[in-house]
Design a protein around this ligand. Structure first.
Ligand code: ADP
Ligand code: ZN
Length: 215
């Protein structure tokens, strides 16, 4: 049976890291609309060029752009048995569009909860390997050598939108546009809340338990 996890939560709550682990455990592809958009920006596709101006400001990319990227991706063969969504849907309209393509009874929405102060600290200290994508935190998870990836020797960079003013904008957009999805999914009885600010393994354990107890 098809299984769809939706990771919902503010920027920095760990959707990417949690999603990667869940992908390994459930053997499902992780689909991050942020990553798909950044790939389009890097390759300077038409969609990427349009998306970049919104992303740099921390604003949402228009729904038609994100939706077209997402639908194309979930039609691929590896999504046959389901997938994990990181960063989609991000507003009510996107949620409604998604339901035209997958039925609600296949979905479990995992809400990764964390407060703004924690998120600002995590995001402003986040650095990413330019080559392999490994994520570091300057204080909690620093690389052995300053600015260099432990795993591959690649250079560590800061995402353009991990600058403090942009982080604040992303959080305010989250509170205004994305957090209404919590009520939306609660009413549909598919919302499950876990901590986004705890240990990764605890969070993963909770999600496995939720999955087991909810068919
Ligand atoms: P985060 O969740 O940490 O803010 P993402 O990598 O998910 O970061 O997203 C980065 C940017 O990509 C967002 O600020 C937004 O501009 C754009 N984006 C990603 N997913 C969506 C989406 N579903 N709808 C609109 N914009 C999106
Ligand atoms: Zn690396």
């Amino acid at each position: 049976m098809k299984k769809i996890f939706i990771l919902l939560g503010p920027p920095g709550a760990g959707k990417g890291t949690v999603g990667e682990r869940l992908g390994e455990i459930f053997n499902l592809p992780l689909i991050s609309t942020g990553d798909l958009l950044r790939e389009n920006v890097k390759n300077k596709t038409d969609l990427g060029i349009k998306a970049k101006e919104f992303m740099d400001k921390g604003q949402l990319v228009p729904d038609e752009i994100v939706v077209s990227i997402l639908l194309k991706r979930i039609k691929e063969k590896d999504c046959e048995y389901g997938f994990i969504l990181d960063g989609f849907p991000r507003n009510i309209n996107q949620a409604e569009i998604l339901e035209k393509f997958v039925t609600i009874d296949k979905m479990k929405v995992i809400y990764l909860k964390a407060d703004d102060e924690f998120l600002i600290n995590r995001l402003s200290n986040r650095r990413i390997c330019e080559r392999c994508g490994t994520i570091y935190h300057l204080i909690n998870l620093p690389p052995k050598v300053d600015g260099i990836c432990d795993k591959c020797g690649g250079k560590l960079i800061q995402r353009d939108d991990d600058k403090e003013e942009v982080i604040r904008e992303r959080l305010s957009i989250y509170h205004n546009l994305t957090s209404p999805l919590l009520d939306y999914y609660k009413r549909k009885k598919i919302l499950f809340t876990v901590r986004g600010d705890g240990k990764l393994e605890d969070t993963i354990g909770k999600i496995i338990e939720i999955d087991r107890n909810n068919g």
